[in-house]
Design a protein around this ligand. Structure first.
Ligand code: COI
Length: 354
């Protein structure tokens, strides 16, 4: 299966769009009229179809439900003032998807299915792309094992789907974060760099514990010493210390190679900041705070884009910030939004026209 022509399109009889108010929509609650569904069987991808958004009929023995061979991506589409639709850096997500697939012993999804299927789907549902500030069409490609068999081994069958969700801001307000010292998200040699469903399931208990203590999310630390910072909730994390922005490096395979992370690094450099990708310890962060040089702490991700952290707590030491005075993260967000909304030139070639 190679050509776009092989993707069968069956249109919905009625659009649900008129029933939905696209103002201030919660993240991930509403889905557009259509979805892409493709099967992997006998070593090849087949039955590619764009069809009305609908439930899947799955066997109770479905392998993914038992052993979690499941991966996903998060991508966003935007509209410019002329109503033209664009996807933000979709090739980067496509490549990362297949890196996740390899790690989880799943088949590669070919470009003509991932990219062309996504493009055709968005083209059909492009009237769902919201145009208000901080809104977008969230694209969720995902794959799961679909053997009806509970033996523990890589499945022989898989399903690849893309669904679309019009969405508003993920974290509406600056966040309160607790540094996690007991639970871990990722270990060297593990699956932290993959966008594996289980990474998110494994994080939920620790996050719920942090919420009970009055925090929104946790700042993950390394599994061996709980000393070095990894990710913040479902985001990459940046610390602006003086004129330098520091973010944990990707060398140990414990951190997701965020597309927003990479974009933020480029924009910060253009703004004149030094950017260091390296191990950063919680001790260094506290020392910088005590010295008055820790200027900003923020998370980055596709869903969240850029999310300010107003409180960072480590044991009994609480660091509070007046985010109103910040310069780096608001300016990065402003520049990135301008590119996404077609207001500023796309000098990096980030916007993929539908
Ligand atoms: C994203 O930022 O796109 C994510 O995948 C994070 C979360 C919504 C699961």
């Amino acid at each position: 299966m190679t050509a776009a022509a092989d993707i069968i399109v069956t249109k919905a009889e009625h659009s649900k769009l008129k029933d939905i108010n696209l103002e201030n929509i919660p993240f991930g609650k509403y889905f557009t009229d259509h979805m892409l569904e493709v099967d992997y069987e006998d070593g090849e991808w087949k039955n590619a179809e764009i069809k009305p958004y609908q439930p899947l009929l799955l066997a109770p023995s479905l392998a993914a439900l038992h052993y979690g061979q499941a991966i996903f991506e998060g991508i966003k589409a935007y509209k410019n003032a002329d109503g033209e639709a664009f996807i933000f850096r979709p090739y980067d997500n496509f490549k990362r998807f297949n890196i996740s697939a390899e790690r989880m012993a799943m088949p590669q999804v070919p470009e003509e299915i991932f990219m062309e299927g996504m493009r055709m789907l968005i083209d059909i549902d492009k009237s769902w792309i919201p145009s208000q500030k901080d809104h977008s069409l969230y694209i969720r490609p995902f794959m799961f094992s679909s053997d009806e068999m509970i033996g523990v081994r890589p499945s022989e069958k898989y399903k690849f789907l893309v669904i679309l969700s019009p969405t508003g801001p993920y974290y509406a307000a600056p966040m309160r974060i607790n540094v996690e010292e007991k639970y871990v998200r990722a270990v060297p040699g593990g699956v932290g760099f993959a966008k594996a469903a289980g990474n998110y399931a494994g994080a939920m208990y620790a996050t719920a514990q942090a919420r009970l203590k009055g925090y929104d999310q946790v700042l993950w630390t390394d599994a061996l010493e709980h000393k070095y910072v990894q990710e913040c909730g479902v985001m990459n994390v940046f610390f602006v210390i003086g004129n330098t922005a520091v973010t944990p490096d990707l060398n140990e395979g414990t951190i997701l190679a965020g597309v927003t992370r990479d974009s933020v690094i480029m924009l910060l450099k253009e703004m004149g900041y030094n950017v260091e990708e390296r191990a950063i310890s919680i001790d260094e962060i506290i020392e910088a705070h005590k010295a008055g040089t820790l200027k900003e702490v923020f998370g980055t991700g596709t869903a969240a884009t850029i999310s300010m952290i107003k409180t960072l707590n480590y044991k009994d030491y609480e660091m509070n910030f007046d985010v109103e005075t910040w310069e780096a993260s608001p300016e990065v967000k402003r520049r990135m939004d301008a590119i996404k909304n077609g207001v500023a030139a796309d000098n990096h070639g980030w916007m993929y026209k539908i």
